[in-house]
Write a protein that binds this ligand. Structure first.
Ligand SMILES: C[S@@+](CC[C@H](N)C(=O)[O-])C[C@H]1O[C@@H](n2cnc3c(N)ncnc32)[C@H](O)[C@@H]1O
Length: 312
């Protein structure tokens, strides 16, 4: 992380500003150090990341997943625009308007969307509860406009009204109480700032039932074994894509049908490994935006993707 982030940071417990002690620095990037609250409480900085949690709590699966797949979904690593297109599908304004904006990526994973913000000239702070932040830092931590913190959405270390854009794509439905997680975010928006979230959709009942059944069956399987098992999606893809019969199979046992094998393995593991997984409809999440008095609420794709603006 960079010292320039300090004015935005607050002690998640007391909400007081923090002071910074640097042990190791490389250019602008603070590699090792300590953030100290007036109460004496400290948060370490290690490997370039401010650590506001002692460990990765219930998201060991995501630490594992993003360490194994640090670049699988990273556009720049594969000369592709898949993450960029997905981000643009959810964003309520053109990507070019990201220039100069201060953006918070909640549940950044290995940084596939943070990379898009940087590409279009924004500054990004990525937070994640898992050690995915270490993968994100390796991918883009030294970029002058990037900062990564290991933190929990339920106790974020930021001053109110800090960000022009806050997004959380495919994250809040993996927390124990998604509504309570959502409630943390609007207060961190500057007046006129935009919140954008994506959740799993509850509409396809057969899909949800099959997914949840298999997630329950596979729950006792240790993660490395589950990861090995997810490789079954590589050959099954060819059967699951057959007309008619493939549809039946993919309803009974959903696997990722992404054309790239490593992406299929990642997504299939991602679907069956989380401790928490919830599904929503558009009206439910729309109400959350309304209850926070967010304005200009728009419904976008994919899944349950909405965005809204904090009033001036
Ligand atoms: C499916 S991944 C999505 C990552 C990224 N947004 C993407 O789309 O590539 C969900 C992420 O949410 C993070 N997460 C889950 N609970 C969290 C919490 N309470 N606070 C912060 N991050 C959390 C996980 O560690 C994981 O990296």
């Amino acid at each position: 992380m960079k010292a320039s982030l300090l004015p935005l940071l607050r002690d998640p417990e007391s909400h007081a500003p923090l002071s910074l002690e640097i042990s190791t620095q490389d250019g602008d990037e603070i590699l090792e150090g300590v953030l100290r609250a007036p109460s004496g409480k400290t948060y370490r900085i290690s490997n370039g990341i401010g650590r506001f949690v002692p460990d990765d709590e219930y998201v060991g699966n995501f630490s594992f997943e993003w360490t194994q797949h640090q670049t699988t979904q990273l556009d720049s690593a594969h000369a592709m625009r898949e993450s960029e297109e997905r981000f643009a599908d959810s964003l309520p304004y053109p990507l070019t308007e990201l220039a100069g904006k201060l953006v918070l990526d909640v549940g950044c994973g290995m940084g596939r969307f943070a990379e898009i913000v940087l590409k279009y000239g924004g500054s990004v702070v990525g937070i994640d509860l898992s050690f995915a932040v270490d993968a994100a830092w390796k991918n883009m931590g030294r970029h002058p406009q990037a900062n990564f913190l290991q933190a929990n959405v339920y106790s974020l270390p930021f001053a109110p009204e800090s960000f022009d854009l806050i997004y959380s794509l495919g994250v809040l439905h993996h927390t124990p109480d998604p509504r309570a997680a959502f409630d943390q975010l609007p207060q961190l928006l500057k007046p006129g700032g935009t919140l954008m979230t994506t959740f799993y959709a509850a509409y396809n009942k057969a899909y949800v039932a099959a997914s949840e059944f298999w997630r329950w069956v596979l729950r006792p399987v240790p993660q490395p074994w589950l990861y090995k098992l997810a490789h079954i999606s590589i050959p099954l893809y060819y059967i699951w894509r057959l007309p008619k019969i493939g549809k039946v199979f993919s309803t009974l046992f959903p696997i990722s049908l992404h054309p790239r094998p490593e992406w299929r393995v990642l997504d299939t593991f991602d679907w069956y490994s989380p401790r928490y997984q919830f599904y929503y409809t558009h009206p439910e999440v729309f109400r959350w935006y309304q209850e926070h008095k967010l304005q200009n609420i728009v419904v976008k794709g994919p899944g349950i993707s909405l965005a809204g603006v904090r009033g001036q």
